[in-house]
Design a protein around this ligand. Sequence first.
Ligand code: KG4
Ligand code: ZN
Length: 332
Amino acid sequence: MLIFGIETSCDETAAALVRDGREVVANVVASQIDTHARYGGVVPEVAAREHLEIINVVIEETFKKAGISPNEVDAFCSTAGPGLVGCLLVGLNAAKTMSLVYNKPYIPVNHLNAHVCANFLGTSLEPPFTCLLVSGGHTQIINASAYDKLEIVGSTIDDATGEVYDKVARLLGLPYPGGIRLDKLAQSGNPKAFKLPEAKVGEDEFSFSGLKTAVLRLVQGLKAEGHDVENLESPLVADICASFQETITSTLLNKTVNFAKKNGSKTIVLAGGVAANSRLREKLFALKTDGYEVFAPQMKYCTDNAAMVASAAYFNPIKTENPLEFEVFSRG
Ligand code: KG4
Ligand code: ZN
């Protein structure tokens, strides 16, 4: 089954062709990073307008790359939510229109389920597994007992992981997008330079506000002592990044492994934009020595893309009587 997918939930305009949920035939992503960097973050109205301007080009490019005509597609899908409503509308209406024109089904997809399905692209992963989903808007431990049975068993009580990365990055004066830059700087720092607190919350819960405040206090304290923390080249900044990264990745993986143990799960999977994080991946892969099977999406399928959306349309579509009447939704 060949599915054409579109993703426009935030600041990436993306389209892809995927066969049977696993084989990526073509994958095109147009990022709006340069536009939003000027504002230090995503401006929803600007993002929606950019999607509208570029969506047709991205769609055409995808078919051209694959050497496939839209007539050969078995179904069209798009992210229906959660995300920015104005942005989602662009992708959803494009996919619905193509479904009507080419007389093939339209399949709505949940963005978070799509992040999980990024792990099926080019792999033979099968449920059951435990998944740590870490994105800009969500932090969840998911018990995946079947392809269409993703049960959220733990989540954050305040900020999402990507959000904390972006806020700490802003605090340190790193340019947008912060998470990936913080990760780069952390790689040259000493992760043991500063001791930062891990939140004491319920065993399957996350809380990052204390960690965020601790970094703020640390930076303020260092400034008061006359240290140069404004200079991004300073080893001190790299040490702060590394210490933060060490703390947050430990919390995330320790809690995930705890759940996996409780649940008798032998396979642990990462998903979401922060699954691209170097230290998180390193720690995940180290779990192999403890006998776990581990999976993380290829880097290009961690952050928002449409291949994962087309995979989710195959493995875990939103179930609805009349897909063409299905509307966008902002919260998941
Ligand atoms: O999944 P995603 O592309 O969009 C959402 O659905 O939210 O995730 C974006 C988030 C951003 O907060 C970004 O800073 C973070 O993922 N991110 C990273 C890295 N790459 C992206 N955070 C830490 N380390 C990275 N390498
Ligand atoms: Zn996402």
